[in-house]
Design a protein around this ligand. Structure first.
Ligand SMILES: *[C@@H]1O[C@H](CO)[C@@H](O)[C@H](O)[C@H]1NC(C)=O
Ligand SMILES: *[C@@H]1O[C@H](CO)[C@@H](O)[C@H](O)[C@H]1NC(C)=O
Length: 374
């Protein structure tokens, strides 16, 4: 089974890389350390297409299959949440618990692992990722989070490590960026200990360095290995800034959510004074899109806030999340048309990148409208 999976993943990655090459499909695949100069560069002339947890609108999130599909579909960056296992390995996974996106509940051997822990101001009950070793996690299979999405791929894909994720990007035959998040760092540092005394953030940045990531935004080093490191936690960003010159992005949650490490409110972290402070460490912000343009109670758009203007005035990029095709996520102003939503955000609001569950749709919108950022 594991062998079959490895073959399938390799095939998926190869197919994706070939398809993404378009006219250059005959070009041989190049891996890490390969002929970098032959690869089509990352586009930087229009807003970035960031494949949120891979092409997770189509395939179970954060799996090799979802990332390969996103590359196939033309994403500029593949995005991942990085968490730690009980034995200190870094893996791609979003929730602190395994319940909603894996088959853990169907595994009698793990039934005793279910418990309650405090996660960011709330008590959560479930199977915590930090209670499982990497070998145990590898026996689980991913599933779609939501009932209204295609479930036919449930039960096939294992959880992948951060290093496997990086290798998927590096194996593409064009330059594909990575956009990993330091996810739930307070929780990870509380529940996982590394023998060498290092912190979660240290392990995260060390992994990036191992694969040659480093260099300021748009530098030649960055263009060879494009990366944005994202986090909701200001202290993790400040720590990371001391370890790497890779560009960092400050994520901003819903107005009701306080930061997990510094317990700051939305108003605290979006003040001009605070953005002036953060811009010493980050190149951009990644706000929940409803904080940029709040919705009304009847699912229309209210007046935009000045967050984008405030960020741009400070030279900060704005990469909002998350764009989703399904009708239930589209405000009525967009007439149930995801392209109308992209048009509004790219050409109206003027954002610099978009986290999308459907990178194929964003890619098509951008190809068809050929609107340039420069
Ligand atoms: C979580 O549960 C524990 C034990 O019942 C309690 O002491 C604690 O206050 C709870 N935390 C939250 C955030 O509700
Ligand atoms: C976080 O800040 C709020 C508002 O000041 C306060 O009510 C709350 O007790 C704080 N939480 C913690 C865990 O310090």
């Amino acid at each position: 089974m594991a062998y079959l999976w490895a073959k399938m993943t390799a095939l998926l990655v190869a197919v994706a890389a070939l398809a993404a090459g378009g006219g250059a499909a005959a070009r041989p695949l190049v891996g890490a350390g390969g002929a970098w100069e032959d690869r089509a560069p990352l586009q930087t002339s229009r807003p970035f297409n960031i494949a949120h947890r891979g092409s997770n609108g189509e395939l179970p999130e954060e799996t090799a299959a979802a990332y390969a599909r996103a590359i196939d579909e033309g994403a500029d960056f593949i995005e991942a949440d990085v968490e730690a296992t009980k034995d200190g390995h870094l893996v791609c996974f979003h929730d602190t618990t395994l319940d909603d996106t894996t088959d853990v509940a169907d595994r009698p051997e793990f039934a005793g692992r279910r418990r309650t822990l405090e996660v960011q101001w709330a008590n959560v009950t479930g199977y915590f990722i930090t209670d499982f070793t990497l070998a145990e996690l590898k026996t689980l299979r991913a599933k779609q989070r939501w009932d209204f999405r295609d479930k036919s791929h449930n039960g096939f894909s294992p959880i992948i490590t951060f290093e496997e994720f990086i290798n998927i990007a590096l194996s593409a035959n064009r330059v594909v960026g990575i956009y990993p998040e330091m996810k739930n760092p307070v929780f990870m540092n509380k529940h996982v200990r590394w023998a060498d005394g290092k912190k979660y953030e240290d392990k995260f940045i060390a992994t990036l360095k191992k694969y040659g990531y480093g260099g300021r935004y748009l530098s030649p080093a960055w263009r060879a290995r494009p990366v944005f490191v994202q986090s909701f936690a200001p202290t993790s960003l400040v720590r990371a800034a001391g370890l790497t010159d890779s560009p960092l992005v400050f994520l901003i949650d819903d107005v009701a959510v306080r930061t997990e490490d510094t317990n700051q409110s939305y108003d605290d972290i979006t003040s001009g004074e605070y953005l002036d402070y953060m811009k010493k460490y980050v190149v951009g912000i990644g706000p929940w899109k409803d904080t940029v343009v709040p919705p009304t109670k009847d699912n229309r758009l209210a007046t935009p806030t000045d967050l984008v203007a405030m960020a741009h005035a400070r030279g900060l990029q704005v990469h909002p999340y998350t764009y989703r095709n399904e009708n239930k996520f589209l405000h009525f102003n967009f007439r149930q048309d995801p392209y109308a939503e992209y048009d509004y955000w790219i050409n109206g609001v003027g954002v610099d990148g978009l986290f999308t569950d459907f990178p194929a749709s964003l890619r098509r919108f951008q190809e068809w409208t050929t609107k340039k950022k420069d």
